[in-house]
Design a protein around this ligand. Structure first.
Ligand SMILES: *Cc1c(COP(=O)(O)O)cnc(C)c1O
Length: 391
């Protein structure tokens, strides 16, 4: 009941609201993706690349000092150790294999923090495909190392100057490009958002995370499920991958975090479930932060990867049906959590992942409870922010 139905809906959320000109592209993708994902040749190539190129399985690490601090058993799912530094590579490997099987020759992508752009440019280099990445100009400035990486990998990075020049605006521009080149271009969306079938496609490509958790927990704890799963939500892909195999298992409490920026009601936030209403953003009907007259509200978070005014339709549905709890974590709480993890465990997390760590202090754990928290990426790209906001 939590997975997508044949029409592309999760409860009342989802669907494919695209301009006429993209209708054929989206339909072609919808009619192709499931068969490709379920084929043995795709499975073989995908799994080999995940293992030998991305470095999977990512470790499930028992964080002893962090566990002592919060009075429970905390395991960290180390997506930060993947090639290119986050979970994004799982999805880009899968989608570029799909694009090739569909005969596409040109790849476009949007990016916020630059992690999805780098992961896309990386697989395009590996597969020798043309790559154009749209990125808000604000993000080009605050994530310039990732821009340099994309360029070194051979991608063209296009700075976007509309809106407040972040992820939402980059996504608009990528959709515009797709409309102009519908026949040869494949659009690799970086999260569980966009028109059907993207949310389901991305969730399935990321679901390797929860399959690994199941096997690794069985080995370490003697049971294959935790009491809690914790992850941060921008569009929702690392969270979707973390919970995918557990959504129907009611023994598992799922706690997700969204960014409340400078405070939930400060006007500078990205806490979509708390502040949003149903609406349409980037091709899907979901929760959207919007003004009284339905204009999309400019979001804000210290973390570029969470600075988005929507949330995937799957997550909107899981939240509305109370299957997941959504907690807000502000800039300051995330910074404190990042420094705490660094000092206790010697792991510098991405600012996005620090928002997942920020919920630990808000939950009443019991000593014997098992918590699996996904570290979605590493903190290298956020060093400037950490240095200037030292805790
Ligand atoms: C992109 C990104 C996110 C947010 O995207 P989701 O689709 O919600 O996972 C979180 N963490 C890191 C490290 C990222 O790069």
């Amino acid at each position: 009941m939590y997975h997508v139905n044949n029409n592309g809906y999760y409860g009342r959320f989802g669907g494919a609201y695209v301009p006429e000109i993209l209708h054929r592209c989206v339909t072609e993708l919808k009619d192709t993706y499931s068969d490709v994902l379920e084929s043995t040749s795709f499975g073989k190539e995908f799994n080999e690349l995940l293992r030998d190129y991305a470095g999977r399985p990512s470790p499930l690490y028992f964080a002893q000092r962090l566990s002592r601090k919060y009075g429970c058993h905390i395991y960290l799912k180390r997506e930060d150790l993947n090639h290119t530094g986050s979970h994004k590579i799982n999805n880009t490997i899968g989608q570029i294999l799909l694009a090739r099987r569909m005969g596409k020759t040109r790849i476009i992508a949007e990016t916020g923090a630059g992690q999805h752009g780098v992961a896309t440019a990386t697989v395009c280099a590996r597969m020798d495909m043309e790559c154009v990445v749209y990125m808000g100009k604000t993000d080009v400035t605050r994530q310039h190392v990732n821009v340099q990486k994309m360029e070194m990998l051979g991608a063209k990075v296009v700075p976007v100057t509309s809106g407040n020049m972040t992820l939402k605006d980059a996504t608009n521009e990528a959709i515009r490009d797709w409309c102009s080149h519908p026949s040869n271009t494949y659009y690799i969306i970086g999260s569980t958002m966009g028109p059907h079938p993207y949310p389901d496609l991305v969730a399935r490509l990321q679901s390797v995370i929860s399959r690994e958790i199941r096997m690794q927990l069985l080995e370490k704890e003697g049971r294959n499920y935790p009491d809690y799963l914790v992850a941060c939500v921008g569009g929702g892909s690392n969270a979707a991958g973390t919970i995918y195999d557990y959504v129907d298992d009611n023994r598992v409490r799922i706690v997700l975090s969204e960014a409340s920026g400078k405070g939930l009601h400060s006007g500078m936030s990205a806490a979509t479930t708390q502040l949003g209403r149903p609406g349409i953003i980037h091709g899907s009907h979901t929760l959207v932060m919007q003004t009284d007259d339905g204009q999309i509200q400019e979001p804000y978070s210290i973390s570029a990867g969470l600075d988005y005014p929507g949330i995937g339709p799957m997550h909107a549905h899981l939240w509305e049906t109370n299957r997941v709890e959504m907690l807000s974590v502000n800039d300051n709480e995330a910074l404190e959590a990042a420094f705490e993890l660094t000092r206790l465990e010697g792991i510098i997390p991405a600012l996005e992942s620090a928002h997942a760590l920020g919920v630990l202090g808000k939950l009443p754990f019991r000593e014997e409870e098992v918590v699996v928290l996904t570290i979605s990426g590493r903190g290298d790209k956020d060093m400037e922010t950490y240095i200037t906001n030292k805790k």
